[in-house]
Write a protein that binds this ligand. Structure first.
Ligand SMILES: [Zn+2]
Length: 189
């Protein structure tokens, strides 16, 4: 019987459904108006390429007073100079939780060690250039004058020792030793 009452949706119905959805009406409620299930309305909207509505209500409960107190206590401890382990013991939480707290509190320093004015090969570090995805990029100046941002790990592990000029120089030197420059033999077409 229900299928007899159910008529194909017209363009106008479709527009109305989209409007109701955009207004925030639940899928079930929209379905009831058109004698369809909420699931069918969801499918219809998907077919029409209507993006899913973002949840208006936050899914997580507001932070508890206890949690906020712990966060504040963590701030005090960090500012007093306590290590992560000491904070964890004081707060009765794990070390990773302390790290999370520190991030939330904005107490994580961009990089533990300031490499400014240190030398790595031909690089001299000028200052911290960028901090992307937990990785520091130091603004460095090569002996030849080239300035560049160098990844922290590449710098301290010695993967990057210059802007590339030392490689170019050693190549020249090698070629000079061999004699005539080893130009690639070009075959004219
Ligand atoms: Zn260079």
């Amino acid at each position: 019987m229900a299928s007899e009452q159910r008529q194909a949706l017209t363009q106008a119905d479709g527009d109305e459904i989209k409007r109701l959805y955009a207004e925030g009406l639940s899928l079930r409620e929209i379905g009831r108006r058109y004698n369809r299930t909420g699931e069918r309305v969801r499918q219809y909207l998907q077919e029409q390429g209507v993006p899913r509505r973002s949840r208006s209500k936050p899914r997580t409960a507001p932070p508890s007073a206890e949690y906020l107190a712990r966060l504040e206590r963590c701030r005090d401890l960090v500012l007093q100079g306590c290590s992560i382990l000491e904070c964890a013991e004081q707060l009765g939480v794990g070390r990773s939780t302390v790290n999370d707290y520190k991030k939330k509190l904005g107490l994580v320093r961009p990089w533990r060690k300031d490499l400014s004015s240190e030398q790595f090969g031909r690089w001299t570090v000028i200052k911290l250039g960028e901090y992307v995805d937990s990785t520091a990029y130091w603004l460095c100046k090569c002996e030849c004058g080239t300035k560049r941002l160098v990844n922290h790990h590449n710098l301290v592990r010695g993967y990057s020792k210059s802007c590339g000029c030392s490689k170019r120089e050693s190549l020249k030197l090698r070629q000079a030793k061999v004699g005539a420059p080893q130009a690639p033999s070009l075959v004219p077409l």
